[in-house]
Design a protein around this ligand. Structure first.
Ligand SMILES: N[C@@H](CCC(=O)N[C@@H](CS)C(=O)NCC(=O)O)C(=O)O
Length: 210
């Protein structure tokens, strides 16, 4: 049976998994969740994921949520992106946890507040606070990538797939690639991998292109 991913184009957390599946050449079908119309809050969706979040990965009787857990599962199945040894696997986990706590979580929230909320509902104080925290996280990643091609080891891993998730989107949230040359080169490196696709080319968007 083809694997399925509950997702939507604007969801960077979903993109992590969509990209892992695509780069690993696994057949999968997206199931569109109309997030901005409350799709992740419906009783039907809650029955699929009690946490009310995308992505949800379905493979036969396996239903798995949390992008980090899904990436880890896919590595076990495909043998890809999980690191070369136990030490690298622990390093990858460290960055995936950091990403979920400090990086993609804040980037996703900020991009939502600055682009998808109606203009008169955008909370400027919250935007300023989250922007400051996200800037510090960008500095952490930029420094780590100094002299490195990949976040962990010498090839792409789940650490890269997790951390890059929000950085190819066009909607502004204070991230300019020119301000972070190491991140800029790293994003080009990922995008040059055979089979790479932009999130909007992998998953249906809720907001069509302007
Ligand atoms: N840590 C989760 C975050 C997932 C997440 O926040 N997904 C967003 C869409 S990008 C969502 O569904 N949010 C619903 C909500 O916050 O109510 C993961 O990595 O899967």
């Amino acid at each position: 049976m083809t694997k399925q991913l509950y997702c939507f184009g604007e969801s960077g957390h979903s993109y992590k998994v969509a990209l892992a599946l695509t780069l690993a050449e696994v057949d999968w079908d997206p199931i569109f969740v109309d997030f901005f119309a409350g799709g992740s809050r419906s009783p039907e969706f809650r029955a699929v994921n009690e946490m009310g979040e995308c992505p949800v990965y379905v493979d036969d009787d396996l239903v798995l949520t949390q992008s980090g857990a899904i990436l880890d599962h896919l590595s076990k199945v495909t043998g890809k992106f999980g690191g070369a040894n136990d030490r690298e696997a622990s390093e990858i986990l460290r960055w995936v946890l950091w990403d979920n706590h400090k990086f993609s979580s804040q980037a996703g929230m900020l991009r939502f507040l600055m682009n998808f909320l109606p203009e008169d509902k955008r909370p400027q104080e919250v935007i300023a606070f989250v922007s400051g925290r996200l800037k510090a996280a960008f500095a952490t990643l930029e420094a780590h990538l100094e002299g490195r091609d990949w976040i962990v080891g010498d090839t792409i891993t789940n650490a890269d797939l997790s951390c890059c998730a929000y950085l190819y989107y066009p909607e502004p949230f204070g991230f300019e690639r020119k301000d972070y040359p190491n991140i800029d080169r790293w994003l080009d490196r990922i995008a040059a991998l055979p089979g790479w696709k932009h999130p909007y080319d992998l998953m249906r968007r809720a907001f069509p292109a302007a």
